[in-house]
Design a protein around this ligand. Sequence first.
Ligand SMILES: Nc1ncnc2c1ncn2[C@@H]1O[C@H](COP(=O)(O)OP(=O)(O)O)[C@@H](O)[C@H]1O
Ligand SMILES: [Mg+2]
Length: 157
Amino acid sequence: MMVSMSILSSSPEATFAVGQEIGRRLLGQRGLVYLTGDIGAGKTAISKGIVSGYGYPGRVTSPTFSLVNRYVHGDKCIFHMDLYRLSDADELFEIGFEEMAAAPHPVLIEWPEILNDEGFEPILVIDLARTEDESLRKITLSSKDERLIAGLDAFVT
Ligand SMILES: Nc1ncnc2c1ncn2[C@@H]1O[C@H](COP(=O)(O)OP(=O)(O)O)[C@@H](O)[C@H]1O
Ligand SMILES: [Mg+2]
């Protein structure tokens, strides 16, 4: 059964903090995490928090141009992709996407829509939406694994 929860974040810092808690919960997990929402909604902003919470201490940059960034720290690894510039899923399979998806690490994916008919099932979907307030975002989390989501509202300020 799919569980869903929406929370409101009033600043980039609050979004980062929610991301950090999600990152901590992804430790030891594998699978795809989809990040949906318009340009500027905060997909990269929350990803920075997730990578930080996962334990990577360095700088995290947008994978808009690199397509995929790989963050390795000790024995931990997490991938961060942005598929916006791809025109079809074949391009993705050519760069080894299936190996990444099957690896024992989480894979964060901005603009995952291109994967819609490819038979993958994300472990978590994070949708970000702007609101009328310039600094307020509605963050909706959906997963079959309640542990990834439960109580996350306590991490927003
Ligand atoms: N509550 C908020 N959460 C996340 N980002 C916010 C928030 N309020 C304002 N912002 C701003 O929105 C922008 C989000 O950009 P980014 O994360 O790159 O979006 P995306 O990756 O979805 O295109 C950043 O400039 C960030 O400072
Ligand atoms: Mg982005």
